[in-house]
Design a binder for this molecule. Structure first.
Ligand SMILES: Nc1nc2c(ncn2[C@@H]2O[C@H](COP(=O)(O)OP(=O)(O)OP(=O)(O)O)[C@@H](O)[C@H]2O)c(=O)[nH]1
Length: 290
């Protein structure tokens, strides 16, 4: 996990670096965490990339609720974005990503074809907040393909491009933007998934919030994970439940150790496939609940 603290100076620098790189790019891969697709987006990205072509990629789909991943992709499509979900860790969905990027560039290649020109490699960069899997995607995407180096006019630092087959060239360093800070629930989501440092929020508060979300939306997963029946769970408050779990794990009354274990298990997917960001019903109807 990145340890960078985002001060205004760092933000300005990140913004500058991303703008510089963007000049060279045909398509931006906006990488988000499928468990928190909205919370893991950076609000200035739109402003930065303007009308540059973009695809929203929900990574870590293996950890997220498949129904909600589908619903989020649908919601983004309805907003006019190209979007899909992948699992970079296990190399799933990358062919679909390549296909979607080619579709995005089809109009440009059509124009080239009309002039009798062949398509050139599509230049890509991955952009996202810390911990969404940018490096993992770069590694999986490129596999055993080679890096090519080139100095491009207007860019002071040499940019290395990684070749992906004949069709793509990927910038070897991702663009990193800061996570959103303005909203408490977003902060909790980012902390629960590990996108921001744990110290910013109390572990026990995070654990209790997680238990509340699980009770409300993922009761079956909670029963499986805690090995408690529905009825037994109903008799326990979240505080009692956390205490019971801590004791079962051998931590006696050490609530913090229990909280940490619960959160780590959640991050690894041991609690189940959970998505924390719900689709706002007023905007998108209730696709997620069918
Ligand atoms: N389960 C799962 N884990 C993933 C996936 N992609 C990445 N990870 C894990 O998520 C963590 C962060 O991945 P990185 O690739 O380092 O993320 P990053 O965005 O480059 O992170 P920063 O360097 O902090 O900006 C690592 O532990 C990865 O193994 C995925 O699709 N599924």
């Amino acid at each position: 996990m990145a340890t960078i603290q985002w001060f205004p100076g760092h933000m300005a620098k990140a913004r500058r670096e991303v703008s510089e790189k963007l000049k060279l790019i045909d398509v931006v891969i906006e990488l988000v965490d499928a468990r928190i697709p909205e919370s893991s987006r950076n609000p200035i990205l739109q402003d930065l990339i303007q009308d540059k072509k973009r695809i929203i990629v929900l990574n870590k789909a293996d950890l997220a609720d498949p129904k909600l991943s589908q619903a989020w992709v649908k919601a983004y499509l309805e907003q006019g974005f190209k979007a899909l979900s992948i699992d970079a860790q296990h190399n799933k969905g990358l062919k679909g990503l390549e296909k979607a990027i080619k579709e995005l560039m089809a109009p440009e290649f059509e124009k080239l074809a009309q002039k009798g020109l062949k398509p050139r490699p599509i230049r890509l960069m991955i952009l996202g907040i810390p911990n969404v899997g940018k490096s993992t995607l770069i590694n999986r995407f490129v596999g055993k393909n080679q890096a090519i180096t080139g100095n491009k006019p207007g860019v002071t630092k040499a940019q290395r491009w990684l070749k992906i087959g004949k069709s793509f060239e990927l910038l070897d360093t991702p663009g990193i933007l800061w996570p959103k800070f303005e909203d408490e629930q977003v902060g909790i989501n980012l902390a629960l998934t590990g996108a921001i440092k744990d110290q910013l929020l109390h572990m026990d508060d995070l654990a209790l919030t997680l238990l509340a979300i699980l009770r409300e939306h993922y009761l079956d997963s909670l029963c499986n994970y805690t090995k408690l029946s529905n009825d037994s769970l109903a008799k326990l408050t979240n505080v009692d439940l956390l205490l019971t779990l801590s004791q079962n794990w051998g931590f006696k009354d050490d609530y913090d150790a229990g909280s940490e274990r619960l959160i780590n298990d959640f991050r690894k997917g041991k609690v189940g496939r959970i998505t924390l960001d719900r689709i706002p019903e007023q905007t998108f109807g209730d696709q997620a609940n069918d």
